[in-house]
Write a protein that binds this ligand. Structure first.
Ligand code: RP5
Length: 163
């Protein structure tokens, strides 16, 4: 996949079961016209895949990595330890602790290796896409315009009075 100039965002997740949440990230990136790829990569089940992905991300033209993981969710932190590309972490709503485990695991990175942590579940998945778009928009006016239009249509959709 080397030198595919247009690839911007990589969405990775620890399991197939995370996809129902991470689909929201795909949806918003599609809407904003941002190229992305999706991969299942588990820090503990496929550590070699994780290493190879993270260490080749820069040469694969990835600008932002969005990593969704649940439970003992070390995937975003481990990826961030292997690359200086910005990593956004989405805590998946786990079955046992409703995602509190994932949230703390992703958010509580010790100093030196950052992960931008989003909200638990679908809110975080969608916002991760918006945040990736905002990062890319810093040097891409077309993405900036699309992102601003999306935000404006959200504002316009909010009614002034409850029914
Ligand atoms: C994590 O374990 C994954 O990110 C997923 O959220 C969780 C459960 O995985 P499955 O048992 O559904 O494959 O690694």
């Amino acid at each position: 996949m080397k030198n595919k100039k247009k690839l911007k965002v990589s969405i990775v997740m620890g399991s197939q079961s995370d996809y129902k949440t991470m689909k929201l990230t795909c949806k918003i990136l599609k809407k904003l016209g941002i190229k992305f790829e999706t991969k299942i990569i588990s820090a503990h089940r496929t550590p070699k895949r994780m290493y190879e992905f993270a260490t080749s991300a820069l040469e694969n033209n990835i600008e932002v990595i969005i990593a969704g993981a649940g439970g003992s969710a070390h995937l975003p932190g481990m990826i961030s330890s292997l690359t200086s590309i910005p990593v956004l972490g989405v805590p998946i709503e786990s079955k046992k602790l409703k995602g509190l485990d994932s949230l703390l695991s992703i958010a509580q990175m010790p100093k030196g290796v950052p992960v931008g942590t989003l909200a638990i579940g679908e809110d975080g998945a969608l916002n991760a896409g918006l945040l990736a778009a905002a990062i890319i928009a810093n040097r891409n006016p077309i993405v900036r315009r699309k992102l601003n239009n999306w935000r404006l249509s959200q504002t316009l959709s909010i009614k002034k009075k409850p029914k």
